[in-house]
Write a protein that binds this ligand. Structure first.
Ligand code: ADP
Ligand code: MG
Length: 231
């Protein structure tokens, strides 16, 4: 008999996140317990204010929980030093946002290269990774274009190239197709699904049920609590 051992990308236990907002306490997350397997494709749905972005920020080591444990591999994001969190963000986590967040004065290749800045790679290795990442998202011919010369779908593909050039373990995406029409949305999903098929753990916030249906696992975050709604 074989024992199936699915390694976890994240193990999250008893996580709460509280913010102070104008003297008022806001409970963004209230007791979240969940494991996310390596190589999974997870979507997170839920109403505005439900805690989705907060949850992604914890997963991305951009924030620490108020209480509880967020284990990314062997690193506890609650307890790690700021320097270690910086390393985790630089090496292990790619981020993609709804608004692309590209620098308008830089070319596509220069934007991708910027994502490699914290890794301290040699110039040749950087150039190689930029070219590879642009090819991976089908934009090898567009490296010298500025964001303003690209469609929304192409801009988001540049942002994905920037996120994967560092070869992260996890890609976190906050409404990555929220600003795109249907055909561009599909072009982004195909790229993300291919990356997931190659082993990248993909965790995506979306309002779009058509997007969520393509995930392997669906979560719903409401009033600071996570529920698994995979059917
Ligand atoms: P969602 O992404 O699902 O819309 P958020 O995680 O952005 O939800 O927000 C959850 C709750 O936490 C909201 O009430 C929001 O106002 C609050 N919140 C989020 N970030 C902060 C912050 N940096 N400071 C204060 N309150 C915040
Ligand atoms: Mg949000």
């Amino acid at each position: 008999m074989s024992i199936v051992d699915t390694a976890s990308a994240y193990r999250i236990k008893g996580v709460t996140k509280t913010y102070q907002q104008k003297g008022r306490v806001v409970n963004a997350l209230t007791g979240v317990d969940i494991d996310i397997a390596q190589g999974d494709f997870v979507t997170i749905q839920g109403p505005t204010g439900g805690g989705k972005s907060t949850f992604l920020q914890l997963l991305g080591a951009l924030e620490r929980p108020t209480k509880g444990e967020v284990m990314l591999g062997d690193t506890d994001i609650a307890k790690a030093s700021n320097a270690d969190l910086g390393k985790v963000r630089a090496h292990e986590i790619g981020f993609v946002f709804q608004g692309f967040n590209l620098i308008p004065t830089l070319t596509a290749a220069e934007n991708v290269d910027m994502g490699l800045e914290p890794l301290g790679l040699a110039k040749e290795e950087r150039a190689k990774r930029v070219a590879e990442a642009l090819m991976r998202v089908g934009l090898e011919e567009r490296g010298d274009h500025r964001p303003g010369e690209l469609s929304g779908g192409q801009q988001q593909r540049v942002a994905i190239a920037r996120a994967i050039a560092k070869r992260p373990r996890v890609l976190l995406a906050d409404e990555p197709t929220g600003n795109l029409d249907e055909s561009m949305r599909d072009e982004i999903l195909v790229v993300l699904e291919e990356l997931n098929a190659e082993g990248l753990t993909l965790i995506m916030v979306t309002h779009d049920s058509a997007v969520a249906r393509r995930a392997k696992r669906r979560l719903r975050l409401e009033k600071g609590t996570v529920r698994d709604i995979t059917k």
